[in-house]
Design a protein around this ligand. Structure first.
Ligand code: ATP
Ligand code: MG
Length: 359
């Protein structure tokens, strides 16, 4: 069986370091590993509209921003197909058939959707399209026969929903669809990076992000005002690590070599943590260190982003071409699905024969 990746992001804002550690960085490694037959990266504009339908301008203005973030991180359009969801209308048609295979109560049970409904204040009137987005996501994944979906932890319920749809479709209509697996970051701090405010998830919608495109000075300011341990007031006070965002970010980004380079008095992160817990280590020192660690990673990304922004016409053409490639693949899957469902009347030589053979 071919090994295929499908993953993507909603163009609801520029991408942040949560996306980077949760999914983007892994995508680049997988791209470079050469282990996959095809990698599709989708800019999910139709999905973004499910909760931003009144604000199409926001979605429109972020298509190229997200594409630039991809290229800046090292995704290479020669090796991956980057495309725009709404440019592949087959995905909508696939969604329509999947809607028959999922119950309303199953959708309402999805924990991520539940949390998002609450966050968006949709409790009293949920747009049908929003509630439906896990089904549409199943269409996105299966249209490309994806075997692997590299995502953050919040997406696990979506992958589970997709697997259920695949099993149901295949058991009713025959083995057509591929069941995908989620691929989570192995480092647990990366599975759901918290916001700079200490909230459970860094998210575009919560405004608690460090963006990949942020200038160095902006990043420094955000780091210096980050949430730590509110009871750690004097340097001499013992500090807590649980819920301390600065240390969670260090867990996500820091490597041993960073100590040799920027903080040689400590051997590694464990030693720094031990000192913080014992007391005698101030937040400012740890934050300055974190800022350097982040800069090591972000500086080259920022530079590449600027370079691609200067060639935006090429980026636009790349998206157009990628969308055409994606469309061909989705159309191929849809054709197989319709044949299995026996609704391909005009390609089906048996259709009239069956009519004529009736008793
Ligand atoms: P929105 O608020 O519009 O939903 P978002 O910040 O949640 O935006 P998405 O586009 O929904 O971003 O998510 C894209 C991918 O990035 C998904 O695979 C998701 O799991 C991952 N991701 C998003 N935020 C984080 C995070 N804080 N930590 C780890 N992974 C994340
Ligand atoms: Mg999200």
């Amino acid at each position: 069986m071919k090994k295929v990746i499908l993953t993507g992001d909603r163009p609801t804002g520029r991408l942040h370091i949560g996306h980077y550690v949760g999914s983007l960085k892994r995508r680049v490694q997988l791209q470079n590993s050469g282990e996959f037959d095809h990698i599709y990266i989708m800019i999910a504009d139709a999905q973004a509209l499910t909760d931003n339908f009144e604000n199409p301008e926001k979605v429109r203005s972020n298509i190229l921003e997200v594409a630039l973030d991809y290229l800046a991180c090292g995704l290479d359009p020669q090796r991956v197909t980057i495309f725009v969801q709404s440019a592949v209308p087959e995905l909508t048609e696939i969604t329509f058939y999947y809607m028959n295979l999922v119950t309303l109560s199953r959708l309402q049970r999805n924990p991520t959707v539940k949390a998002e409904i609450q966050m968006r204040g949709f409790e009293t009137s949920i747009p049908v399209g929003f509630l439906n987005y896990p089904i549409s996501q199943a269409a996105d994944i299966t249209a490309f026969k994806a075997t692997t979906v590299p995502v953050g932890e919040d997406q696990l319920p979506m992958i589970e929903q997709t697997r259920e749809i695949v099993r149901k479709f295949n058991s009713i209509y025959g083995e057509v669809l591929t069941e995908p697996d989620a691929l989570l970051p192995s480092n647990s701090a990366c599975q759901r990076l918290p916001g700079t405010d200490g909230k459970a998830k860094m998210s575009k919608s919560l405004g608690n992000c460090i963006y990949l495109a942020d200038e160095a000075e902006e990043v420094r300011k955000k780091v210096m005002s980050m949430y730590t341990d509110p009871d750690h007031i004097r340097v001499s006070d013992p500090g807590k690590l649980e819920g301390n965002t600065v240390f969670t970010y260090l867990d996500a980004f820091c490597q041993e070599e960073h100590f040799a380079r920027y903080l040689p008095e400590y051997e590694n992160l464990a030693a720094l943590k031990a000192h913080y817990q014992a007391g005698g280590l101030g937040d400012v020192k740890v934050k300055k260190f974190l800022n350097r660690v982040l800069e090591d990673e972000l500086e080259p990304i920022r530079a590449r982003r600027l370079e691609y922004a200067g060639r935006i016409g090429e980026v636009y053409e790349m998206l157009k071409k990628g969308s055409e490639t994606a469309r061909r693949e989705a159309a191929d899957t849809l054709e197989c699905m319709k044949a299995a469902m026996k609704i391909n009347y005009f390609e089906d030589a048996e259709f009239l024969k069956d009519w004529n053979a009736r008793e």
